[in-house]
Design a protein around this ligand. Structure first.
Ligand code: COA
Length: 156
């Protein structure tokens, strides 16, 4: 079952992932970020870590998206955001990203940064709309494609 409009996305709950979500998170990570190559054990370790946070987007008791981020030295690294295809363009990723920004502020971070493929127009558009700006290219590549570093400062 999918929802139809941004108004309906009020029914989408963003909450911290629990241990019960381990296998769903493993499947979603493999599907949307295969290059990360995290095993179930590695995701379990990350879920138990104090520096790493996973959020899930829940609709009608099902997980329709997730995001993970790492908090280190006053910085927040947004690792990934993904939403199931049938639930896209309804503001779910925006809700996830806004929650990460709010958490980063709560933890006293001075910025949120991330790496994104230069060719990932939907993600770049999402991050731009939330006030992230490009800080230049990473020296790494993703599937042979250049990667951009984007950052949102949380302090003036
Ligand atoms: C990128 C992604 C997370 C967006 O999820 P989503 O829930 O559809 O995004 P939202 O509905 O919250 O959209 C928020 C904004 O993002 C931008 N956006 C999202 N999808 C877009 C698309 N296909 N084309 C252009 N802009 C897009 C728009 O600015 C949009 O705002 P608008 O709807 O008011 O125009 C989703 O496409 C996805 O899961 N992609 C695969 C995984 C991935 O590449 N993740 C990002 C790398 S970290």
């Amino acid at each position: 079952m999918s929802f139809n409009s941004n108004a309906d996305n009020r029914q989408v709950i963003i909450r911290p992932a629990s241990k019960l979500n381990l296998y769903t998170l493993t499947l979603l990570t493999k599907r949307f970020f295969p290059y990360v190559d995290f095993s179930t054990d590695e995701i379990k370790r990350r879920l138990e870590s104090t520096n790493v946070k996973y959020l899930v987007a829940e609709f009608n008791r099902g997980i329709i998206g997730f995001a993970d981020f790492e908090l280190k030295d006053n910085h927040c690294k947004l690792m990934g955001i993904a939403v199931l295809e049938e639930h896209r363009r309804k503001g779910v990723a925006r809700k996830l990203a806004e929650t990460i920004i709010a958490e980063a502020i709560k933890y006293g971070c001075i910025s949120v940064f991330l790496l994104v493929s230069e060719e990932n127009a939907p993600a770049i558009s999402l991050y731009n709309s939330l006030g992230f700006t490009s800080k230049g290219k990473s020296d790494k590549v993703l599937d042979g494609k250049p990667i951009i570093i984007m950052e949102k400062l949380l302090v003036n």
